[in-house]
Design a protein around this ligand. Structure first.
Ligand code: NAD
Length: 462
């Protein structure tokens, strides 16, 4: 157990204004592994002032130089990848291999993509008798969740810095250690003081103070829809720009021509990965009635194999919440074919990989985001029915379509109300825009669209 001190503000670790701390718990064994300071409105104010003071110089730094700093950041992240993976495993509980392959590797790819984009993006364009300058929006407040703790920080910091913005990050309470490690990498990469700042703390205290701070020009939030709505209301009061990456309840649509076994196995793996704590997870599997029983059997077998390999969920509250949803699924008449509400181990916040069959679209487990290793399998009659079910939630973040040929899958995917669709198991692309339709959010992250979120245009007429 280590007591970590200070906030990273203005290019150095500085003492926190208050005395309160947040305990960081390893969800695999329930041991307290460290404490970090619980930031106050005073810490937030100091950080925002540092970001604002650094803004004019950073905004005026040529994009090629900003790109070089981001490339240096990518290189330091690469050099410290093992330390990053170990830290995420300690505070989030994900298996080390997953932490290496995803939690450490994806931020490297994203930082690298923005090093390239900063160097190549057209920050100035001509249209008719105008020259349009794409200028940084200003000081960014980034409020992030715990489920992909470093990715979600880098998916905001890298484009913000590429754009010429400066930033204050308030990471999730459960995963502040990798955020602190990131501050060290920023420092090592030689970014100018005040360009990046970190304040750890509670959402309703430090997060709220950051969202409300008049010195912030854009609030970029990733987290639950409930908190997102609250942040949007705060921002609206100040006519402040806001970007929201919120919850999801994505559909995995298996059309009758698909390779059923592959679609089901990849579908189960997608839901169980990161213990089901993925906003874009395909938590609703939609199968044609003629293939339904076979799909259920395949899914139950696949889920059972995850029993030993799956990590815990993030904390006791999340474990209780997920088990509550499993109880609710049973109570509403869904059929458990794998897993269940009982905790599979005495210590650690583990949940059994769970699969429900006979789920109908109106059930709570088919509508609400569970954020745990729980898959619902729904039956459809024909393609129109499948589309109705797929689009029948308030969310629209991601999804998947499987078919015998890609063109057939694409026709279906184009009718889905969602921001991203994987065709026949298509791979993650760090350059593709990511973000939600409907209540899954406002704005996009990653790639060139993610960069544009941090820019505003100024048109000069000649
Ligand atoms: P959360 O909304 O509880 O917390 C997210 C962040 O907001 C944390 O840093 C928290 O401290 C802060 N916060 C809480 N209350 C606040 C307040 N009043 N003012 C300001 N900040 C506040 O979400 P979570 O439980 O940490 O994360 C899980 C959620 O995140 C899920 O709903 C998931 O779908 C969503 N998510 C979405 C995406 C996406 O890209 N769309 C990605 C990952 C997670």
């Amino acid at each position: 157990m280590k007591a970590y001190d200070g906030m990273y503000i203005g290019g150095a670790w500085r003492p926190a204004a208050g005395q309160d701390v947040i305990e960081v718990v390893n969800p695999a064994d329930e041991q307290v592994i460290g404490t970090v300071p619980a930031g106050t409105a005073e810490d937030v104010d100091t950080a925002v002032r540092a970001a604002r003071a650094a803004l004019p110089d950073w905004a005026a730094t040529p994009p090629a130089e900003r790109a070089a700093r981001l490339a240096a950041l990518r290189d330091v992240l690469t050099a410290r990848a093992d330390e990053i993976a170990e830290t995420v495993t300690a505070e989030l509980g994900s298996p080390l291999k997953f932490s290496q392959a995803v939690h450490a590797a994806v931020p490297i790819a994203v930082a690298g993509s923005y090093a390239e984009l900063a160097a190549t993006y057209a920050f100035e364009e001509k249209t008719g008798n105008s020259v349009v300058h794409h200028e940084p929006i200003g000081v960014v407040a980034a409020i992030t969740p715990w489920n992909y703790p470093l990715h979600q920080i880098v998916a905001k910091v890298a484009p913000a810095l590429a754009a010429g913005c400066t930033i204050v990050v308030k990471p999730a309470e459960d995963t502040p250690l990798v955020a602190r490690l990131f501050a060290d990498t920023v420092h090592e990469a030689g970014l100018p003081a005040g360009v990046f700042n970190l304040v750890t703390g509670l959402g309703p205290v430090a997060g709220q103070a950051l969202a409300e701070h008049p010195g912030v020009d854009l609030v970029s939030f990733t987290g639950s829809t409930a908190v997102g709505r609250h942040i949007a209301a705060i921002a609206a009061g100040q006519v402040k720009k806001v970007a929201l990456e919120l919850g999801g309840k994505s559909a995995n649509v298996i059309l009758p021509t698909a390779d059923l076994a592959k679609a089901v196995n990849v579908g189960v793996a997608n839901v169980m990965s990161n213990s089901g704590q993925t906003c874009s997870a395909w938590t609703r599997m939609l199968v044609h009635r003629d293939q339904y029983d076979e799909a259920v059997e395949l899914a139950a077998t696949a889920a059972a194999k995850y029993g030993e390999r799956i990590g815990p969920v993030v904390n006791a509250k999340q474990q209780a919440r997920v088990r509550g949803y499993i109880d609710k699924g049973v109570a509403e008449g869904a059929r458990l074919v794998a897993g269940g509400p009982e905790a599979p181990r005495e210590t650690g916040y583990f949940v059994s990989p769970t699969v429900f069959a006979d789920v109908t679209p109106d059930m709570t487990i088919a509508q609400e985001e569970i954020f745990g290793p729980v898959l619902s399998i729904l039956k459809y009659e024909d393609e129109e029915d499948a589309l109705r079910i797929a689009n029948g939630t308030v969310y629209g973040l991601a999804g998947a379509v499987w078919a015998g040929d890609e063109a057939e899958a694409v026709v279906f995917a184009r009718r889905m109300e969602t921001g991203q669709v994987d065709i026949n198991g298509g791979r993650f692309n760090p350059l593709a825009p990511f973000g939600g339709y409907k209540q899954s959010g406002v704005g996009r992250e990653l790639g060139v669209h993610g960069l544009a979120e941090y820019l505003q245009t100024k048109s000069l007429q000649f």
